[in-house]
Ligand binder design. Sequence first.
Ligand code: PGA
Length: 250
Amino acid sequence: MRKKIVAGNWKMNCNLQETEELLKGLIGKISSSEDKTIIVSPPFTNLYLAKQLTANTGIEVAAQNVHEAKNGAFTGEISTAMLNSLSVAYVIIGHSERRAIFGEKDNLLAQKVNVAINANITPIFCIGEELATRKENKHFNLVAQQLKDGLFHLSEEDFKNVIIAYEPVWAIGTGETASPEQAQEIHAHIRSLLEKKYGKEIARNTSILYGGSVKPENAQEIFAKPDVDGGLIGGASLKAADFITIAEAL
Ligand code: PGA
């Protein structure tokens, strides 16, 4: 059966010292188990420290991005080989901030997914619509297109290694959360698209996370929905107590 996952996306927050403090606030209080995975995603400069501090603690570490090339003249970029050398096992790909601010399109994201999978790094692939798209009632089509362009080139075998995060852009960092019913509705739609493409078994085993203003107060009712398998948490992952409460709501 699919895993439940709570992943903290720290974004461009926390220097080295703050990373140590935040991790020390989490270690020993929450940890992964057989059917539950806890992930933190600090900035690149703190991944080495995060891997060291979380060794054997049941807290996994993700990168927030990766470059699609193996190596070479790509100033400022980070490769899968570099992540491999730290044993970073997850990477967030296609976060809406990467799409909107850095202009990352689905064809590029598909390449990033490929290099991650080839390097045995699990992609946490983000999809989700902007407010205007939802108002036009086109969000179902939009996520279908994002899945098709970013992921559906994968073989069944490779797709088994993917985690999906549905994050409506209008709910990210805004305090506005999709209602549990809205989340369930689109998660069920996403799962039906996975079933159409890859069959029932794979669809049933794929974790689909919800992201967008998840907080200690709303995590439980969102996670309770049958097709919501946990969350990708931004702001609330920066406070140990809040992240712990959210992880416990899983
Ligand atoms: P938020 O961010 O929880 O601060 O809304 C979620 C995300 O961007 O992954």
